[in-house]
Design a protein around this ligand. Structure first.
Ligand SMILES: Nc1ncnc2c1ncn2[C@@H]1O[C@H](COP(=O)(O)OP(=O)(O)OP(=O)(O)O)[C@@H](O)[C@H]1O
Ligand SMILES: [Mg+2]
Length: 374
């Protein structure tokens, strides 16, 4: 008799980081028969709230990384911003399977090496120069005729570490940031922003989630709609998949894109689960979080089928309310992260909406969002 494939329950998985991405990964992992361990700083962090195996420590401390890794079957990251040097050694020496590979994470966590990787793989991206000192900045100003975006190579998110140059005065204020590690990138006047998540399993199989439009305000994701179409997405997906194979990437990975009409450019790459695919929790038969886990387990990945013709995700950003409130008649599904502090602009949760058209579903989501007190 042919034996069916099976695995041990529970396998032990460690998640490095304690924010909302780790929380949503942890919830899916629990339900999928994994024992979830979380390494983060505070016991009130969103992911620490949903596990019985909280390891309080610093994700960047080598000692804590080693201790945390002991006795785990698998280990993954909620973000690309952790120090990968010691994780590289653990990936070689410990029996724990670490995904995505720390080596690939180290390349992708730095904007300069990330952009070079895109260039090497012939993937369109904004022209860029490395900027480490005032001399480099002056050269960039001349090269881009004053119109460029200066981005910190490491650790930037939600617009932090991103500075716009439009005129001479901007150049002067940028000089105060140097010396440092930055890239200067040409300013792109795109039609809209889009995002694409690809998941690659340890067994080499890949699936691509639906293409979505993303709207940022003040460099923070405000809402997402999909599925959308673009005539040039298929060849780009082919190139991105080849890149993932080249670096032996395992897990979910997000590509933030600029739709420039006759060209799609990759803005940045996030080697992890991503805000632009939170819709997948309700709009797809399998969420990006479960797909990331299945990828690490080396399981096959079924095509990402939609539960409805259209979907929207609206982010719930903090407004500083002392007490948050939600109406009871929401037509979407609320995902609340349980953060202890409500600071302006902080991501507190999101709501996923399903419907017949992206236009209708987004209008409904935006109008319902106004009824929440945040
Ligand atoms: N070269 C560019 N030309 C025009 N606009 C840009 C450019 N680069 C970035 N932006 C705008 O700034 C936003 C934030 O930039 P980017 O995504 O690179 O950095 P980030 O702050 O690290 O974001 P994230 O939180 O997604 O990691 C983009 O979504 C886009 O709206
Ligand atoms: Mg971004």
């Amino acid at each position: 008799m042919k034996s069916e494939k099976s695995r041990k329950i529970p396998l032990k998985i460690g998640i490095v980081g304690g924010g909302q991405l780790a929380q949503m990964l942890a919830l899916e992992a629990n339900a999928y028969g994994l024992e979830v361990h979380v390494l983060s700083e505070k016991s009130t962090d969103p992911a620490a709230l949903v596990t019985g195996h909280f390891f309080q420590g610093s994700p960047d401390s080598q000692g804590d990384q080693s201790e945390f890794c002991k006795n785990l079957d698998l280990l993954t990251f909620e973000s690309e911003f952790f120090d990968m040097e010691h994780f590289k050694k653990l990936a070689e020496l410990s029996p724990t399977y670490i995904f995505p590979e720390p080596q690939a994470m180290a390349i992708l966590q730095d904007r300069f090496s990330q952009k070079n990787l895109l260039k090497k793989n012939k993937i369109p991206t904004a022209d860029f120069l490395r900027v480490q000192n005032k001399q480099d900045l002056l050269q960039a100003f001349q090269h881009f005729k004053g119109q460029f975006v200066l981005k910190k190579c490491q650790g930037g998110y939600d617009g932090q570490g991103t500075y716009y140059s439009r005129r001479q005065a901007d150049l002067e204020s940028m000089q105060g940031l140097l010396p440092g590690n930055f890239i200067a990138e040409s300013f792109i006047s795109f039609k809209r922003e889009m995002a694409l998540v690809i998941v690659r399993s340890r067994n080499g199989a890949m699936i691509t989630l639906p293409l979505v439009e993303t709207k940022q305000s003040h460099s923070r994701c405000d809402w997402v709609i999909g599925p959308i179409r673009h005539p040039l997405i298929a060849p780009l997906i082919g190139k991105l998949q080849r890149l993932l194979k080249n670096i032996n990437y395992v897990g979910a990975i997000a590509f933030e894109l600029f739709d420039c009409g006759r060209q799609i450019m990759v803005n940045e790459v996030a080697p992890r689960v991503h805000n632009s695919a939170h819709y997948s929790q309700d709009a797809l038969q399998v969420s990006q979080f479960l797909l990331h886990l299945k990828a690490g387990l080396g399981e096959s990945l079924a095509p990402a089928k939609l539960n409805s013709p259209a979907f929207a995700m609206v982010n719930l950003l903090g407004g500083g309310a002392s007490e948050s409130k939600m109406p009871l008649n929401l037509t979407g599904k609320l995902h609340w992260y349980g953060k202890k502090e409500n600071r302006a602009g902080r991501k507190l949760g999101h709501i996923n909406y399903l419907g017949q058209t992206t236009k209708e579903v987004l209008a409904r989501g935006l109008s319902e969002r106004k009824k929440l007190v945040l």
